[in-house]
Design a protein around this ligand. Structure first.
Ligand SMILES: C[S@@+](CC[C@H](N)C(=O)[O-])C[C@H]1O[C@@H](n2cnc3c(N)ncnc32)[C@H](O)[C@@H]1O
Length: 283
């Protein structure tokens, strides 16, 4: 499955075929983990050149602040739990300087935020899209951020040994996971006991009416920016389509608990369209 270069052209015939193709692939293939991964690789290669601009427009300019809050909340919890643990037992080997992984890092916003807010720590951003990672590395060189690195890969197979990571973040990441449960199990595997997982994601309400309304609004909003930024309404219609297959807020917390995470906290943003969810791996 290859999305050919002419699909991003301003010529109307290829634009139509790109829309049809993305829609057709999205409907039939988001259910299969392998196809969803391939679909995402192709979709985000198209999105990458305009990605930062798109997130700013789609979020009414609030996205950078949400990411700062995500990272600040996760790190605060990490440092707090580190202090408490050291008081209990100095022999546990917990590091105050956090080792972090940023899932589906895209162009690196959250990875850099982790690097800036924890300058004594180190962070690895992981993303399946070669172009996203290339752009993240360019930004890193430009901004001279030394304590971040990037890896190309699937978020369901993280580049870390068991129980070696203090903080895992994912912003607009999990909705794209080829296999959500396998990805969360992988996050659980790499986290140390007491480690923190922090997610920023579009939220799916439990009320059917509210869910339908929210998905409709997201779809129209995404289509609008898809046309403006890429000449293709289907590109950001993917947000609503992938969200409709994501667990609602209650199911998501139940899944986290089933995997073994504890001490769940969440914070709604933008009237509940977006939510920060933070959980711990028990000690
Ligand atoms: C909406 S962007 C979020 C980027 C970044 N986290 C941010 O908040 O700006 C979603 C990212 O998920 C990546 N992605 C999609 N499927 C993935 C997978 N299976 N494993 C790793 N990354 C994936 C895409 O390449 C894309 O960069």
């Amino acid at each position: 499955m290859k999305i050919s270069p002419e699909m991003t052209s301003s010529n109307s015939a290829p634009r139509e075929s790109s829309s049809r193709r993305l829609r057709a692939i999205g409907r039939s293939e988001l259910a299969s983990p392998d196809r969803k991964r391939t679909y995402n690789e192709e979709l985000f290669e198209q999105v990458a050149p305009r990605y930062r601009l798109a997130t700013r427009f789609l979020s009414f300019g609030r996205d950078p602040r949400w990411k700062r809050v995500l990272v600040a909340t996760a790190l605060e919890r990490h440092y707090r739990s580190g202090r408490a643990a050291r008081r209990l037992s100095a022999a546990r080997g917990l590091q105050p300087a956090p080792v972090s992984i940023d899932l589906a890092c895209g162009t690196g916003d959250v990875t850099f935020e982790l690097a800036r807010q924890a300058p004594d720590g180190s962070v690895t951003g992981v993303d399946v899209s070669i172009d996203m990672v290339r752009r993240a590395r360019l930004a890193q060189a430009r901004e001279k951020i030394a304590n971040a690195s990037f890896a190309i890969g699937d978020m369901a197979t993280l580049p870390a040994s068991d129980a070696t990571v203090d903080v895992v973040t994912g912003s607009y990441a999990l909705r794209n996971a080829s296999d959500l449960e396998a990805t969360l199990c992988e996050v659980f595997r790499v986290l140390r006991p007491g480690g923190i997982a922090a997610f920023l994601e579009f939220s799916l309400p439990t009320s059917r009416l509210r869910r339908a309304l929210q998905l409709r609004l997201l779809r129209v909003w995404g289509q609008l920016w898809g046309v403006v930024l890429h000449g293709n309404p289907e590109i950001y219609a993917y947000i609503a389509r992938s969200l409709s297959r994501f667990p609602d807020s209650t199911e998501f917390v139940a899944l986290l608990r089933r995997i073994g995470f504890a001490d769940h906290r969440s914070r709604d943003l933008m009237g509940g369209f977006v939510r920060i969810t933070i959980v711990d791996k028990p000690r």
